[in-house]
Design a protein around this ligand. Structure first.
Ligand code: V47
Length: 365
């Protein structure tokens, strides 16, 4: 397929990318706009296989979402509520401990803790939350708080990012999820989440985490008012940080789901655009080891297809513990998959399911 297309500019760029060559933002734009989807899939799958063969990673995980009360009114969010509004929740530390206790006898290896930026909580509260969860589940890795939540609690404590992160690390936080990145372009960010923490804060927090040996993920919210140029700019900024630090594990493109939020009028992009975005992420981010197709957001059918477009991770069993996507209209209203479900999905797509821990070490089966 690559040789057939070498007469076009997109074909030539694709052939170079397939050989491991780094592409520029301008070349990415040409590929994104002009390359046939099947060609992007072929290149992205080749790059994925060069890194991880036929392995597709998953983990046994659950989420704790401490609150959906949030200082910021992001226009894409279907989840946020005002304090006291119907549908608002704000778990006490005791309730969080109760949730953790449910997993005492299970084989989960990771808890993902993320929620709204509640004005009543501070660094001390979140440090205590981590200590209590670790007290109940000492063998489970705590992956916690978006860079936006972290910036809020650490700045409120009057500390520098490294200082604040060190306190949370000592409490037991060993990894940081990729949320809150949205779109880095400042003008688009002003349109979709004007009150939210800034691009600078997000990037600085992740770089500070990498400096302390805390591995992190990165996301990109796409398929709303942004243009392809903004997605490429987002990938470029991440690639630059990764060149300096090597601290990112996975990149997770997040498809904008439109139900129940002020940006509903944007609608949703077609599945072909999801596959193109996954493949372009794999091709552009030549220094990211993993590209994750987050199944609760895509749904199982798109996730199965995503595996042929450069994704090598689908996230985990989830145990029906996250509401961010179900509240925004995703197909999976009670997201949970057993290991058998995951193996079936991955095998049907022609790959081999591998259980990993948060750091992509294989978990002995
Ligand atoms: O930052 C909110 C997104 C993110 C919508 O690191 C929406 O392993 C689409 O970051 N449509 C939080 N997306 C979730 C997140 C995440 C998820 C899975 C794995 C990891 C990881 C991180 O959810 C937010 C925002 O970009 N989001 N609302 C919506 N309507």
């Amino acid at each position: 397929m690559l040789s057939q297309l070498s007469s076009t500019q997109a074909g030539r760029i694709a052939a170079r990318a397939a050989g491991g060559g780094r592409i520029t933002p301008q070349e990415a734009l040409t590929l994104w706009r002009e390359a046939p989807l099947a060609l992007l899939g072929t290149v992205a799958d080749g790059l994925k296989r060069a890194r991880s063969g036929d392995a597709v990673y998953y983990n046994r995980n659950f989420h704790i979402e401490p609150t959906n009360v949030c200082l910021f009114r992001c226009r894409f969010c279907s989840y946020r509520r005002e304090e006291g509004e119907p549908g608002a929740w704000n778990l006490s530390l005791g309730q969080i401990e109760e949730t953790a206790r449910r997993y005492r006898d299970s084989a989960v290896t990771e808890v993902h803790i993320v929620g709204g930026v509640h004005p009543g909580h501070d660094l001390e509260f979140y440090g205590e939350m981590i200590r209590r969860v670790k007290g109940i589940l000492p063998h489970v890795t705590v992956k916690a708080f978006t860079a936006i939540e972290l910036a809020y609690m650490i700045e409120k404590a009057g500390l520098g990012y490294s200082e604040g992160l060190r306190i949370l690390k000592e409490a037991g936080m060993k990894a940081i999820p990729g949320g809150g990145a949205e779109i880095f372009d400042e003008q688009v960010r002003r349109r979709i989440c004007p009150e939210k923490g800034t691009t600078r804060q997000w990037l600085d927090m992740h770089e500070a985490a990498h400096g302390l040996g805390i591995s992190t993920n990165a996301t990109m919210l796409y398929g709303h008012v942004e243009q392809v140029e903004h997605r490429i700019d987002h990938l470029e900024r991440l690639r630059q940080v990764q060149d300096r630090t090597g601290g990112f594990n996975a990149f997770i493109p997040l498809k904008f789901r439109s139900a129940g939020n002020p940006m509903e009028g944007c609608g949703e992009v077609p599945v072909t655009e999801d596959l193109r975005t996954l493949a372009m992420s794999r091709i552009y981010l030549d220094n990211f080891p993993h590209i994750k197709a987050y199944w609760p957001m895509y749904g199982k059918v798109t996730t199965e297809m995503a595996l042929s477009f450069g994704a090598d991770d689908i996230d985990g069993t989830i145990e029906d513990t996250t509401k961010i996507y179900s509240m925004a209209g995703a197909e999976e209203q009670n997201p949970a998959m057993t290991v058998a479900d995951i193996e079936k999905l991955v095998t049907a797509a022609g790959y081999r399911a591998v259980e990993r821990d948060t750091f992509y070490n294989q978990v002995a089966g």
